[in-house]
Ligand binder design. Sequence first.
Ligand SMILES: [Zn+2]
Length: 215
Amino acid sequence: MHKRIALAAVAVVAAAGLGLALSPTTQFVIGGAMVNLGFRMQDHLEAFDLDHKHPDPKAVYDSVIEHNHLSAGVRQMFPRTPRHPLVAMVVCMDARIDTEELVGDTRKYYYVIRTAGSALADKELDMLELAVANGVETILLTRHTDCAAERVAANPQLRGQYPHLVAAIDQRDAIDKALLARPTIAAKLGAGALTIRHMHIDTTTDAMREVAGSK
Ligand SMILES: [Zn+2]
């Protein structure tokens, strides 16, 4: 484990050294490409990742802890630069959507709320209002293709089996609308200091487009 942490640290130091000699734009683009390279290298490692070869709950849990030790070991060597997010995204919990990949958020400029079917409840409205009070200027309310929560809500046989999920999906539009009436949010919208957009994500390609007339 220590050997792997040291290897990752050497790679980070080498990349940082390379970046110092380049313009900010070039560093930003190359950095993003390197992050993507890392994701692509790991994409096909199913037999290793989370121990898919021998799936049992204990093996999956052990893999999660091992991955965290590796990641936290590197993080301890390079303390995070504190940043305040400017964007808040509401995204379904679907595992195929990786929000860091979706918007290239390698530097944590985004607050992310993940719920089944992107359905908000009152506590999430509180949280979004707090985020806006603290400086968020853009809220993206996303939904996506091939959503399991939406499929359940649209299936008469399954609706009775998952009543809470179905109720949350049925109330999504009304609750999204209620967000606009929250005092801090309404004031910032009125002052032109905040924009809220409804977005749709293609789960296969990661392409995100604004829903027509959502503004
Ligand atoms: Zn979904």
